[in-house]
Ligand binder design. Structure first.
Ligand code: NDP
Length: 252
């Protein structure tokens, strides 16, 4: 379904959580190249965020930084509310819930803090940000939600019970949400990358892990971003409630 012509007056934006670096940065640039101004969320690395903002702004006017910790519901709500008040004629039409961290440990050694930090960032972050922005999408009868899951959320990875639980729950929430909002022109999908070359995977033994991947290499952030951009486009209007793997053939 194409965008409702009665609502085209509203300026549409994209919000990418964790948009400063890695996959999120590549997603920001892809969406900006599609002509959608991007709100670049980040937690602490302002220098990286400013660099991404400069690159995105060269592609489309109107991009902004929107700093908050997705795991801090109060801070996230406040930052988004402030942006909404400053932009009464605009709405976030594309939401990419990408912010995520890993903090690996075998379960027998895992600390409470490791469990909660990882789950809060991925799962509570998704809930807080999506609930806040969903109403506008429903009112405008158009929206795209893309949730960054992981192969770990499908397969489960030893040493990552926290991360696998968070990503697995994110996938299930995506499927449930998709059915709630499909009739209103809003889609919700999950993307499940395998190994992607970013800061998050910089500490892994890439030479050994590559041997496990049929494609014999890690993916690039831009390859993931291309998939996200497709899911955010009008061409993907009939795809919803799906989890799409991008992993060089590394199946669960
Ligand atoms: P990076 O570590 O390279 O970047 C993480 C990004 O998330 C940064 O922009 C960071 O902001 C932001 N971020 C982290 N925590 C928060 C928070 N609490 N609030 C707001 N922003 C936050 O990660 P990747 O690009 O590799 O990963 C992106 C997503 O893709 C994650 O959800 C990850 O789980 C998922 N993924 C990654 C894979 C990989 O192999 N790389 C594989 C499968 C899934 P700041 O710059 O301020 O620190």
């Amino acid at each position: 379904m194409k965008r409702n012509s009665s609502t085209t007056a509203a300026q549409r934006y994209a919000l990418v959580t964790g948009g400063s670096r890695g996959i999120g940065r590549a997603v920001c640039l892809r969406l900006a190249a599609m002509g959608i101004p991007v709100l670049i969320n980040y937690r602490s690395n302002e220098e990286a965020a400013r660099q991404t903002l400069a690159e995105a702004s060269a592609l489309v006017p109107g991009c902004e930084l929107l700093s908050f910790d997705v795991a801090n519901a109060e801070a996230a709500e406040a930052a988004i509310a402030q942006w909404q008040e400053a932009h009464p004629d605009a709405y976030v039409d594309v939401l990419v819930n990408n912010a995520g961290i890993r903090d690996d440990n075998l379960m027998v050694f895992m600390q409470d803090e490791q469990w909660h930090r990882v789950v809060n960032t991925t799962l509570d972050g998704f809930f807080t940000v999506t609930r806040r922005l969903l109403k506008d999408m429903l009112v405008h009868r158009h929206g795209r939600i893309v949730n960054m899951a992981s192969l770990s959320g499908l397969k489960g990875m030893p040493g990552q019970t926290n991360y696998s639980a968070a990503k697995g729950a994110l996938i299930s929430a995506t499927k449930a949400l998709a059915q709630e909002v499909a009739a209103r022109g809003v889609t919700a999908n999950a993307v499940a990358p395998g190994f992607i070359a970013t800061d998050m995977t910089a500490d892994l033994n890439a030479d050994e892990l590559k041997k496990l991947v049929p494609a014999r290499r890690f993916g690039t952030p831009d390859e993931v971003a291309a998939l996200v951009a497709f899911l955010a486009s009008d061409d993907a209007a009939y795809i919803t409630g799906q989890v799409i793997s991008i992993n060089g053939g590394l199946y669960a």
